[in-house]
Design a protein around this ligand. Structure first.
Ligand SMILES: *Cc1c(COP(=O)(O)O)cnc(C)c1O
Length: 391
């Protein structure tokens, strides 16, 4: 048994510490919580050398992960990092790699976050869990809820492509369809959650989804032989992956697993149909203003008001990266271009990263010597309309 060195939960907003043995979503001040570890302990510092023989999923980093105390895994994580010579040549870059998250259980990187969060919710006594979702989070929660044996309630915008709700239902979740976007789904859920006693697994409203997502940062570095890429391009909705990866790079630096000053620049990608993060980055704002009438076929990006806005903007700014909005109408073409150039057929969210790479190269924010990682966050197979338009 490998022991986690988790010590406490901490509010990065007000600094308050919380006991990790209690089921808790937010800080008393209302802000999101992060999980903290003893990064000076000998075991995790030495663990890098012992990773080779370990299990091929995200739980290989067990010292630096919460411990649900029972087997919650469906094999999430340790996805391939694929070198795409085509893209490197096209953009004149040192390397372009695709981290293909479509190979996770339920076909997206949401599996990482929900594996950790559902496991901890069960361990700490939640009688049931609930979340609003743009699609993939709902199916992932359903899968881990089935594995953990606790009921799952998913609040989905009615316009979410059909396969998402069918998948979550097949995995035993109760689906609540709501008119509007994910923000409206969240409001509908909050109207009944207290009375039902379900634990809220919304993005960044509990601390463990970020822990699952941070493992993408650990894996990218391990897969590059303990070197960091220069830039990571990420399709951003609520931003858990960005917050998680930035946390991972900070942890690895503290552990001495990577050299100091070598953290990658993080870039958030959005659609011009819903780009609240890009707008806040461009105006230098500290908070994100809600986007009116969000519309994009990349349903994971249809998040008008990310909850952990301060953490998200800080991660982008501290990393020296930024945010770009791609043209919505070009997304289906990019799905096809990406798929036919690499053999990985990306979700529309992943395809948006290809359009973003082009913009970042054109504007000189990514340059020749750069090694770039594109995240393909999910499978395209749950988006019949996008597939139809791409073909
Ligand atoms: C949820 C999702 C995103 C956005 O992830 P966040 O953590 O909300 O930023 C991107 N792509 C896909 C396929 C998703 O399901």
């Amino acid at each position: 048994m490998i022991r986690s060195v988790l010590t406490h939960l901490e509010c990065p907003g007000c600094g308050q510490r919380h006991d990790p043995s209690m089921l808790r979503g937010l800080c008393e001040c209302g802000g999101p919580l992060l999980v903290r570890y003893d990064l000076t302990a000998k075991k995790p510092i030495e663990a890098r050398e012992r990773l080779k023989g370990r299990r091929g999923d995200m739980w290989r980093y067990a010292e630096l992960m919460p411990d649900p105390g029972f087997e919650i895994s469906l094999g999430e994580g340790w996805t391939p990092l694929i070198e795409t010579e085509n893209f490197a040549r096209r953009f004149g870059l040192a390397k372009v790699l695709v981290k293909d998250e479509s190979l996770n259980p339920t076909g997206s990187f949401k599996a990482r976050g929900l594996s950790a969060a559902v496991g901890m919710a069960r361990k700490l006594g939640a009688p049931g869990v609930s979340l609003p979702s743009a699609g993939n989070a709902g199916s992932a929660a359903a899968a881990y809820g089935a594995r953990a044996g606790i009921p799952v309630h998913v609040f989905l915008p009615r316009e979410t492509p059909r396969p998402f709700s069918l998948e979550a239902r097949g995995l035993g979740a109760v689906i609540h369809e709501v008119d509007g976007h994910i923000g409206d789904a969240g409001r509908a859920m909050r109207g009944i959650i207290a009375e039902k006693g379900w634990f809220d697994l919304s993005t960044c409203k509990e601390p463990y989804r970020v822990e699952g997502k941070k493992t993408m940062g650990y894996e990218i570095v391990e897969q590059l032989d303990w070197t960091t890429p220069d830039a990571i391009i990420y399709p951003c909705g609520g931003g858990t992956g960005l917050i998680g990866m930035w946390k991972a790079f900070q942890e690895m630096e503290s552990l001495g697993w990577i050299s100091t000053g070598r953290r990658p620049r993080l870039f958030a990608v959005q659609s011009d149909g819903c780009a609240p993060v890009v707008r806040a980055m461009e105006t230098g704002a500290a908070r994100i203003e809600p986007w009116e009438a969000p519309e994009t076929m990349a349903s994971g990006l249809r998040v008008p008001a990310p909850f952990a806005d301060r953490l998200l903007l800080e991660s982008l700014r501290e990393s020296g990266g930024g945010a770009v909005a791609v043209e919505e109408r070009r997304i289906p073409g990019a799905v096809r271009d990406y798929g036919s150039s690499t053999g990985v057929l990306p979700a529309p969210e992943g395809a948006a990263c290809l359009l973003a790479l082009e913009m970042l190269v054109d504007s000189g924010r990514i340059t020749r010597s750069d090694r770039v990682v594109l995240l393909n966050t999910g499978t395209c197979l749950k988006y019949p309309e996008a597939l139809q338009e791409a073909s």
